[in-house]
Design a binder for this molecule. Structure first.
Ligand SMILES: NC(=O)c1ccc[n+]([C@@H]2O[C@H](COP(=O)([O-])OP(=O)(O)OC[C@H]3O[C@@H](n4cnc5c(N)ncnc54)[C@H](O)[C@@H]3O)[C@@H](O)[C@H]2O)c1
Length: 385
């Protein structure tokens, strides 16, 4: 096992009808800015519940944080924070709103051009406003981690930052809040959480048995509940398991002391900025080809994945790996998430532009061994057509 430190200060308040707990979680004298996305938080009544729970606290609202939150929109939120002298933020939404709130929390305390937060991958963050979250969609794990992804529309850059200053102080996880999530986003959530686990698990062995078995448990849970999560009518228990699995998939626990990959995510970001695909759609397209193209470096873990997650034990090593990758692709397809670039109208001519963007963004040595060069990314994209 590799050396590690593990620290996660986010309080999780999990279960039905937990929004009123905001009253105990947020200081009584706080000046609160509620941040949310489109109209779903209003339409579903969640915002009304939040307003009620805040009681007499001075509170303001900032709506319109888009999926894949933009630097441009978030900068307007920072202005609101300064204008109203806000000292506490509350994100109500999915990963995009929570990531956006992390940026606003850091940018509000930042001196200078706040894009440096992204340019330094969070290294320049010295302080941030405190914030909490009411999660309405299970997928990213943002509710219990210190990562955020922000898009600068002007330069078509989707960039990540991480800083211990932007852990949420608390997150309210009420699985029934996901009952209104459309099927496409539910399926996206399963694919996103699944891929988060794979990025931390499917690298090379370091004899990290606890992390491996936690990861395998999460993958098996997602395979088991995925079809029920996307079906109607909503089922509370499968949504509860989904919510906790997605949170555990990226809260630092399974990634402590193990090598991590993330090439699928980083190549996927270019697909989102250039072609507008949902984050999880990019993962469903790239993950199977990424595993296939890198089967030699990942061989031992691919065989472990085949055996322990998909129960594949017969035939040659390469046949077992082929079948495990095939089952991964079929799992995504069965959830309704297409796994080929051509399914989204993206053809071979687009690949040069994608590889060029990767180069521009410095994505030239990715993966757990830093051996995913631009040539490897090109091979993966070509195999994903
Ligand atoms: N911070 C991290 O660790 C991390 C990890 C992975 C991905 N991300 C980022 O998170 C973003 C994606 O977040 P996401 O997958 O949670 O989706 P999202 O937050 O973008 O939401 C997707 C859509 O679902 C809608 N929605 C949310 N809750 C709803 C509800 N209860 N009912 C009806 N509609 C609802 C939103 O309005 C939006 O239109 C991407 O930008 C991605 O890059 C962050």
């Amino acid at each position: 096992m590799l050396n590690f430190q593990f620290h996660n200060p986010t309080r999780i308040v999990f279960g039905k009808d937990t929004v009123p707990a905001l009253d105990e979680l947020i200081p009584g004298d706080a000046r609160v800015l509620i941040l949310y996305g489109g109209q779903s938080a209003e339409r579903t009544g969640t915002l009304a519940e939040v307003r009620k729970a805040l009681g007499d606290r001075a509170h303001y609202e900032f709506g319109g944080i888009e999926p894949n939150p933009s630097f441009e929109t978030l900068t307007q939120a920072v202005e609101q924070v300064r204008f109203h002298n806000i000292d506490y933020l509350l994100a109500v939404g999915g990963g995009s709103v929570i990531d956006g709130t992390k940026f606003v929390a850091a940018a509000a305390k930042f001196v200078g051009d706040s894009w440096q937060i992204l340019e330094t991958v969070g290294g320049a963050v010295r302080d941030a406003l405190p914030f909490g979250a009411v999660l309405t969609l299970s997928a990213t794990g943002s509710e219990m981690n210190f990562n955020a992804v922000v898009t600068r529309k002007a330069t078509q850059t989707k960039a990540l930052f991480a800083s211990p200053h932007v852990f949420p102080q608390f997150s309210i996880l009420d699985p029934s809040k996901t009952f209104t999530v459309p099927a496409r986003q539910l399926a996206n959530g399963v694919v996103d959480a699944f891929t988060h686990v794979v990025e931390q698990y499917l690298t090379y062995p370091v004899d990290a048995r606890v992390q491996d078995r936690f990861a395998e448990g999460l993958l098996q849970t997602l395979i088991e509940i995925g079809p029920t999560v996307v079906s109607q009518p909503p089922d509370y228990q499968s949504r509860a398991n989904m919510m906790w699995a997605a949170t555990m998939a990226l809260n630092g626990l399974i990634g402590a002391g193990v090598p991590q990959d993330w090439a699928t995510h980083l190549v996927g970001h270019e697909l989102t900025v250039l072609h507008g695909l949902d984050h999880a759609q990019t993962l469903a397209i790239l993950l199977p080809s990424m595993l296939d193209a890198r089967r030699d470096g990942k061989r031992a873990k691919l065989l472990q994945y085949a055996e322990r997650v998909w129960h594949i034990t017969a035939d040659s090593e390469d046949e077992r790996i082929d079948l495990a990758i095939e089952k991964t692709r079929a799992f995504f397809e069965d959830l309704g998430v297409k796994t080929r670039l051509s399914d989204y109208g993206i053809q071979a001519e687009a690949i040069d532009g994608l590889v060029e963007q990767l180069g521009l963004h410095g994505m030239t040595r990715l993966g757990e061994r830093q051996d995913v060069t631009l040539e490897v990314s090109r091979t993966v994209l070509e195999a994903s057509l």
